[in-house]
Ligand binder design. Sequence first.
Ligand code: BYC
Length: 318
Amino acid sequence: MNEATLNSTQQSDEAFNESIAKGKTIEPKDWMPEKYRKQLLRMMSQHAHSEVVGMLPEGNWITRAPSLARKVGLIAKVQDEAGHGLYIYSGAETLGMDRSEMIDQLLTGKAKYSSIFNYPTLTWADMGAIGWLVDGAAIVNQTALAKCSYGPYARAMIRICKEENFHNKQGYQIMAILMQGTKEQKEMAQDALNRFWWPSLMMFGPSDAHSPNSVDLMKWKVKLYSNDDLRQRFIDRTVPQAEAIGLRIPDDKLKWNETTRHYEFGEINWEEFNQVISGNGPCNRLRFQQRNDAHSKGQWVRDAASAYAAKQQQKNAA
Ligand code: BYC
């Protein structure tokens, strides 16, 4: 880069940072630093992949839902997740990468998706735990993202959060009903909470001191709050919900601090987190295979849609 180009890039960077500081929303056609574009593309594509892979552990229970009403609710939720993936892929495409390329990165294992979906769903109560905890964590994270600096991402989050609220309520209701049931049902709910509590806390990412992307993302107001701040917010709102229905959070160190007005909590197992995000969680290989199978099975649908679009184009051109 010659000196003149370097100077003009620095000026553009400064102007960009200034407009972010003033609260301006960045739109696809606005100038943006290459690092901002790349960071957003990384985060948005990972987010879209999480929605899509997130359908697998829940899809696993559609045929085994305990009643017609529960089946309808679960199908609706899983469909919503597919829609969320589509909105976010579309938003990410405005940053210059084709959706098929993003999907290719997922199918070849190059792209990450949320660690939480690498845990198995062993019982019906896990559907409750996912809706309540996983969607609950997603709401805390995404309510903040709905105010982020990139317009297409922020707008997608507004609609997604509304749907996540329904997911969260149906999950909590499943847990609440189980907690009014037999001894076995109560144990099933507690067991699901025991297994999903710590992985849900890991959804917020590494602690701030070990989060390499946070500095830039916070400077650019993509992230408005740090990983640890959002994790704390989630804990503070979820613990009373557990207590209200008689569930016990599986953390002996959990304690309300009257001075800080926050819950103190035990140490997260970061070694487990690192293993899961590097491909060695309990279900990473299974999810990889399931996602690839689903993609292959859907090939005829994509072929048919492309053939139909080509025919329509020919018709319109004639
Ligand atoms: N899992 O510097 P950091 C849903 C990676 S789906 C996997 O803190 P960042 C739902 C991170 O990518 C909702 N990887 O990163 C769907 C980075 O690696 P790379 C999903 C993780 O980006 C269906 C490295 O660790 N939500 O609700 O500043 C059914 C260092 O981390 C995780 C989103 O995707 C993780 N948990 O912060 C039901 C929200 N955490 O890329 C429900 C959008 C960290 O440098 N994303 N890593 O190789 C975010 O808010 C942020 O990306 C994160 C991480 C807070 C997750």
